[in-house]
Design a protein around this ligand. Structure first.
Ligand code: AMP
Length: 281
């Protein structure tokens, strides 16, 4: 497995692979890998000749009061996991090589960030869109795989790929969960044991909503209120949002008349967790 530490060296390798006619499947990550990340590598492997994984804790997608400095890191373990999954190359650049002192070019979307996480994380999607555009230009993927756990991020990436004509096919991977339902996340490591128990409120709220919609409930505000009640009944929780919206535009809905995204963001202690499900009547 190759390890590339600079954009130049990654790009050179990708150009050489393309010249040989080999297709590249790409999985961008911030490291501290878990089964969710590994499932995306498997999807990439099924859809391309080679898999490239990036590990980069991208400073521009963190707000000033967020957890950039404390974000969990374990490169050695991550490299072992990538190797065990048959990854061809890991790209793990330094922030100063991604953002030079004169850096001033950002990718921003007009509409999709004005919902869900974009409301409480105002610079987040600008950072994500910018770094993914840069990574696409360095890794030159044919296919790139993103998790549905970050549903809004996947929507942003699909849109920017179309708007900026990146020759990349975007694939989404389903949410991988712990056996009790908690969506896997590198940030779960922050949770104390009491908080870990409370963190189940997210998947429970989604399961409850899914059940209610299957039983025939179509009023979004009822579903939302029940979910808020479930979440608030657990200690350490503070709701950021509970939203039912259209999966394509992320615009809120009042009536559940077709597949509807239910997205949650909840602070459990100091840790902000997100989860979602598509509810089908
Ligand atoms: P991150 O390292 O958290 O930036 O995530 C890197 C990629 O893995 C993103 O596309 C995420 O959506 C995806 N991902 C994170 N957690 C999960 C999960 N539990 N299941 C599936 N994909 C995930």
């Amino acid at each position: 497995m190759e390890i590339h530490r600079t954009p130049g060296s990654m790009q050179k390798q990708s150009q050489a692979w393309k010249k040989e006619g080999r297709s590249i499947g790409f999985v961008p990550t911030m490291g501290f890998l878990h089964e969710g990340h590994l499932s995306l590598m498997d999807i990439a492997a099924r859809n391309a000749d080679l898999v490239v994984v990036s590990i980069f804790v991208n400073p521009t997608q963190f707000g000033p009061t967020e957890d950039l400095a404390s974000y969990p890191r374990n490169l050695e373990r991550d490299l072992e996991l990538c190797q065990s999954r048959g990854v061809a190359a890991v790209f793990t650049p330094e922030p100063q090589d991604m953002y030079g002192p004169e850096f001033q070019t950002y990718v921003t979307l007009e509409k999709l960030p004005n919902h869900l996480c974009g409301l409480s994380r105002p610079v987040h999607f600008r950072g994500v869109a910018t770094v993914v555009s840069k990574l696409f230009n360095m890794v030159l993927p044919d296919v790139a795989v993103f998790g549905e756990k970050d549903f809004q991020q996947l929507a942003v990436i699909r849109q920017l790929t179309q708007d900026l004509n990146f020759p990349v096919r975007i694939l989404g991977g389903p949410i991988v969960r712990e056996s009790d339902g908690l969506a896997m996340s590198s940030r779960n490591t922050y949770l104390s044991s009491g908080e870990r128990a409370s963190a189940l409120c997210l998947s429970r709220a989604l399961e409850g909503a899914s059940r209610r919609v299957k039983e025939g409930e179509i009023r979004a505000d009822h579903i939302r209120r029940e979910a808020e009640k479930e979440i608030s009944s657990h200690p350490f929780t503070e709701i950021d949002y509970v939203t039912l919206c259209r999966p394509d535009t992320l615009e809120e809905v009042e009536v559940i008349s077709g597949p509807t995204l239910m997205a949650l963001a909840v602070k459990v202690g100091k840790t902000r967790l997100i989860d979602n499900a598509v509810l089908t009547p």
